[in-house]
Write a protein that binds this ligand. Structure first.
Ligand code: DGT
Ligand code: CA
Ligand code: CA
Length: 366
């Protein structure tokens, strides 16, 4: 049976990194919590990755300098500033993704804290059942992981993405087909994924503030202003039209190679040569599977059998061996800065994988 109307979920975790920190230290919950990417320069140089909602009340948000955040939270002596711990967040993420995947006909991993689920078949195209299933997934994630998330339920990815953001945190917004117009029209233009400050400002100059206002603009004007691809995207988006399928993409896949060194060592040149070799082997696998990666990691098993690992998120997905080697080299240098113990085994991994073709994420057009 082919159902005409799809049922798509977008699930996004609330203040994700900060919430992960709260799950392992519940006493943080009542305090403003900022998760920081400290830069190598030391002190407070670096940026806020994210903050919990208590800290956001004071104007702290992703991307601002740590020093600004400290100033804004001056009056809160209980404010907490923690360094990012990507490995921990990935672990939490993976468990949450497993719960979602079990509940989907098609599961598409987007990033550590978000995913799309096509559930059309299992709810038989029924939005009441869909709403119920979404609530069950939320409960299950809360019970098992103590995490809250926000869910958007609608006939397509675009509206579900907008809907998941609509009642954050801990939201559930269901937009059945007959409610699409009513839901979209009063929203600010900014609610459309991919429309940023600049585009918004352009429309505001033309006295257009809401999605309803934007409907007055014809496709020719949009094409002239933004080019055909983006023009068509905006034209369809304000009408709630999006035919992008939920594409199967799993979260847990990563490619890695690990090898035992000929001798235990902490000699940089020796380790460097081994790492470069491992990069080549990992890259072979990446190529064979027709993938791109967005994260690179290295791993040490030290002579006392303790582990040490470092990873880095790249700006864009890539399949380049040069970029893989360059990043691994950087990570090795960082890891060796305070390396007192010799290393026994060495590993390289790539993760955050995506297909080489079909990079049709609309937000990359802007
Ligand atoms: P929300 O609004 O409740 O969904 O809050 P978040 O923190 O989950 O925000 P989201 O979904 O935009 O981003 C997910 C994670 O990605 C977030 O916990 C930290 C990271 N992130 C977001 N923006 C930035 C940024 O500007 N810099 C860095 N380093 N990390 C960021
Ligand atoms: Ca989030
Ligand atoms: Ca997100």
């Amino acid at each position: 049976m082919v159902l005409e109307t799809r049922v798509v979920f977008h699930i996004d975790f609330d203040y994700f990194y900060a919430q992960c920190e709260e799950t392992r230290s519940p006493q943080l919950k009542s305090k403003p919590v900022c998760v920081c990417v400290f830069s190598d320069r030391g002190g407070d140089s670096g940026a806020i990755a994210t903050a919990n909602y208590t800290a956001r009340k004071y104007g702290v948000k992703s991307g601002i300098p740590i020093s600004f955040a400290k100033k804004r939270l001056e009056e809160r002596e209980d404010a907490v500033f923690l360094p990012v711990d990507f490995d921990f967040y990935s672990e939490v993420s993976q468990q949450a993704m497993e719960i979602m995947e079990k509940n989907a006909d098609i599961f598409e991993y987007v990033g550590r804290d978000e995913a799309y689920l096509d559930v059309t078949e299992r709810v038989e195209g029924d939005f009441k059942k869909a709403n119920h299933l979404a609530q069950q997934i939320k409960n299950s994630i809360r019970d098992k992981l103590k995490l809250s998330c926000s869910v958007g339920v609608s006939p397509n990815k675009l509206i579900s993405k907008i809907a998941s953001d609509f009642q954050k945190p801990d939201g559930l917004t269901t937009v059945p087909p007959e409610k699409i117009e009513e839901f979209l029209e009063p929203l600010k233009i900014r609610a459309i994924p991919g429309i940023g400050k600049k585009t918004e400002a352009k429309f505001l100059e033309m006295n257009l503030g809401t999605i309803q206002d934007l409907k007055k603009i014809d496709i020719f004007t949009l094409n002239k202003e933004f080019g055909r691809k983006t023009g068509a995207y905006i034209y369809n988006a304000v009408r709630g039209i999006d035919n992008e399928p939920v594409k199967k993409r799993e979260a847990r896949i990563q490619f890695s190679k690990i090898s035992t060194l000929k001798k235990d060592s902490k000699d940089y040149q020796f380790l460097y040569e081994n790492i470069m070799e491992l990069c080549k082997e990992v890259h072979e696998v990446v190529k064979k599977n027709n993938k791109m990666f967005k994260s690179v990691g290295i791993h040490f098993v030290q002579s006392d059998l303790s582990n040490k690992s470092k990873s880095k998120m790249l700006r864009n997905p890539t399949s380049s061996i040069e970029e893989l080697q360059k990043t691994a080299e950087l990570l090795l240098k960082e890891a060796m800065e305070n390396q007192n113990i010799t290393i026994r085994r060495l590993g390289v991994k790539v993760s955050e994988l995506s297909e080489i073709q079909g990079q049709s994420d609309i937000t990359s057009y802007f």
